[in-house]
Design a protein around this ligand. Sequence first.
Ligand code: NDP
Length: 241
Amino acid sequence: MAKVALVTGGSRGIGAAISKALQAAGYTVAANYAGNDDAARAFTDETGIKTYKWSVADYDACTAGIAQVEEELGPIAVLVNNAGITRDAMFHKMTPAQWKEVIDTNLTGVFNMTHPVWSGMRDRKFGRIVNISSINGQKGQAGQANYSAAKAGDLGFTKALAQEGARAGITVNAICPGYIGTEMVRAIDEKVLNERIIPQIPVGRLGEPEEIARCVVFLASEDAGFITGSTITANGGQFFV
Ligand code: NDP
């Protein structure tokens, strides 16, 4: 029977590419999303992948949503924590609400999703958790103290949990994408993108969502069982760790 993979934020952007790549690799995929029903409907029409609406920032909703996915599709073998938001502002202008929203979604959301799948993965002695962090969690970014803090937190979470899961057959890894051509990045002022950001990417272009999705498929595979607590940096040569 096909393994079940759950992708948060899985119906748009990088998440949609991840959902499709996992489906192509033979998984039964569930794509979670937050509120964009039109995008979710179009995604299901295109791919046949079932979508599930809840906020990763809400622990009880995650628990209920995961239970529903497992009832309908089977036990979750692969969890991809991809959902993320930005609420950018220079720190002196950043509001407590902007801080909280980003931490709640991008960091606490990863806890909220991973905690309810963890016991089942331990019982079954198999699991793959892949956390989508960011280059800006590695290097920090002006105007993104909230986002950089959350994404750096995801890397610490990944390393700690990898140690806890190792003997139970669960790997926990992270991917740090650089700038990828999704709506999140297209929302950046075009002049800033073309004159300041792209010239700093050694390969001279934005990344494609599919280039991140292929990293996820590799980390999710049985072949990647010796890789845990690791970070794949995929950023066009922009920053090395
Ligand atoms: P998009 O804005 O294109 O898509 C974000 C997805 O996350 C959407 O599906 C959205 O749902 C979902 N989402 C947002 N908030 C929640 C929530 N509270 N609960 C559930 N789902 C939620 O983002 P990208 O595809 O660009 O980014 C995907 C991930 O990659 C993010 O974690 C981002 O931080 C990270 N990343 C992106 C980079 C880039 O250059 N694009 C670079 C580095 C990291 P809905 O469709 O309902 O709105």
